[in-house]
Design a protein around this ligand. Structure first.
Ligand code: CMP
Length: 143
């Protein structure tokens, strides 16, 4: 079954949106198989966002992600990588669709509440970066 990496960023945690965000994934029918609250190291943030390392916002992004705790999660479900991106909404909350997490609660591109893997391969890389195997629980909900 497909899995994706989802992180509630420091702004989502600080604004007490953790429950709201998890609720949306549960309501949609996805299965939570990993979850931890953590203070992110600079090394982990720089690795996670390495694709953006030449961008002007890179240092600010790393400063922000390491500024306060995040909630790292792995969700499982059919087509969960792209379905999660629909739940999350476009990168810039000012143009994200209402009804999406960023569209409903986000304020700016640098404070867009949540990260979701952009493709199946990226999800596999990000899950391996953020979690060790025994932090993930293999279970199936009774339907
Ligand atoms: P995310 O989808 O987690 O992946 C890369 C992040 O970089 C993105 O969300 C934004 O939070 C951030 N980002 C992208 N563009 C900008 C920008 N122009 N200014 C500040 N942050 C940005």
């Amino acid at each position: 079954m497909e899995r994706t990496f989802i992180m509630i960023k420091p702004d989502g945690v600080q604004r007490h949106l953790t429950g709201e965000i998890i609720h949306r994934f549960e309501r949609k029918g996805f299965t939570l198989v990993g979850l931890k609250m953590m203070q992110v190291s600079r090394e982990l943030a720089e690795t996670h966002y390495s694709v953006h390392q030449e961008r002007p916002f890179f240092k600010g992004l790393v400063d922000f992600i390491t500024s306060a705790p995040v909630i790292a999660m792995v969700w499982e479900g059919e087509n969960v990588v792209s379905a999660a991106r629909n739940l999350i909404g476009q990168t810039n909350p000012t143009t994200a669709d209402p009804g999406s997490i960023r569209g409903d609660f986000g304020v700016s591109i640098g404070r867009n509440l949540i990260h979701g893997s952009d493709a199946i391969e990226t999800a596999q890389t990000e899950i391996a970066l953020w979690f060790v195997e025994d932090e993930l629980v293999d279970w199936k909900p009774v339907r």
